[in-house]
Each structure stands twice: as structure tokens, then as C-alpha cells.
Design a protein around this ligand. Structure first.
Ligand SMILES: [Zn+2]
Length: 160
């Protein structure tokens, strides 16, 4: 049975933080704030996958009230989802994600993000689309206050 899921995530910029998107550290004067490494793209992808399997969201599995997940490398979340999907015999068809950020320019790093996230999810990079756009200087992303990421996932699930 084919299922789709959606994931949306937002994190705020702050000085003195690393900027990590799709498991790739980017060079930028600011990074994103969060309990984990604040990888907004990985979180949107994770929520799309969990949503497709109707499992809930990452807040349920990796609550930001739990010190265990403090500064968590979000690739651990993708590893965990790949394992969960293995147990459920769920197969990822494809994922498509868009990052909305006024800065920095993401295009040069997109192939690396696809490769890294696909590796953790045990799929091919061609099954994981990543796109980047700006919001034309409008809203919180346009004011460079933060980054928004949206993802959809198509998953093949065994009928229950
Ligand atoms: Zn997040």
C-alpha cells in the first residue's frame, strides 16, 4: 500500500551555532538553534517518513525535554527511522524536500546533503530530492531570522 507523509520544520538562527543541513556542515556566520543539532532539513524529512507510516512525529520519539537527545546528531534520527522501517517492512519510494532560506546559498552543497541523508536512510541519493529557494525577502526566512524546511515522502507499507 502506497502512503505519503509530510514534514515541516523551522529553526531560528543564532550566533555561535554550527549550521548543519541534511547532515552537512555549512560555513556561515550563524547557525540554527535547537535542542539537537537543529538540522531543519533532516527533521522535515524524518517527520515526512514517520507521517507516511502514521507513527507520529520526531517530537514523540526524540523529545526535546530529554537530555539524552541534547546536541543530537540528527543523522542518528534517520538511522533510527531506517531501522524502524526495516522492522515494519516499509520501503521508501522517494522523498522530496525544499529548504527556504534567504542565506546562505545552498545549491553547491545539495548533492552532499542528498548523499549523506540517503546513506543514513539506506536509499539511493536519486530517491531523495533536495531543493532550495528563498522567500524573496518576505517573512521570517526573508528577514534571515531562521530557516524553514518542508518534505514529502512516499512509502510502500505492508497492509496491516
Ligand atoms: Zn527541528
Amino acid at each position: 500500500m502506497n502512503r505519503v507523509g509530510i514534514g515541516v520544520d523551522v529553526h531560528q538562527f543564532a550566533a555561535g551555532r554550527k549550521l548543519i543541513l541534511g547532515g552537512v556542515e555549512l560555513s556561515h556566520d550563524r547557525g540554527l538553534v535547537g535542542h539537537s543539532d537543529a538540522d531543519v532539513l533532516a527533521h522535515a524529512v524524518a517527520d515526512a517518513l514517520l507521517g507516511a507510516a502514521a507513527l507520529g512525529d520526531i517530537g514523540k520519539f526524540y523529545p526535546d525535554t530529554d537530555m539524552k537527545w541534547k546536541d543530537l546528531d540528527s543523522m542518528v534520527i534517520l538511522d533510527d527511522i531506517a531501522e524502524r522501517f526495516g522492522r515494519l517492512q516499509a520501503r521508501i519510494n522517494n522523498i522530496d524536500a525544499t529548504v527556504i532560506a534567504q542565506e546562505p546559498k545552498l545549491a553547491p552543497q545539495i548533492p552532499a546533503m542528498q548523499r549523506v541523508m540517503a546513506g543514513h536512510l539506506k536509499i539511493e541519493p536519486a530517491q531523495l530530492g533536495v531543493k532550495a529557494t528563498t522567500s524573496e525577502w518576505l517573512g521570517f526566512t526573508g528577514r534571515k531570522e531562521g530557516i524553514l524546511a518542508v518534505a514529502v515522502a512516499s512509502v510502500e507499507l505492508e497492509p496491516c
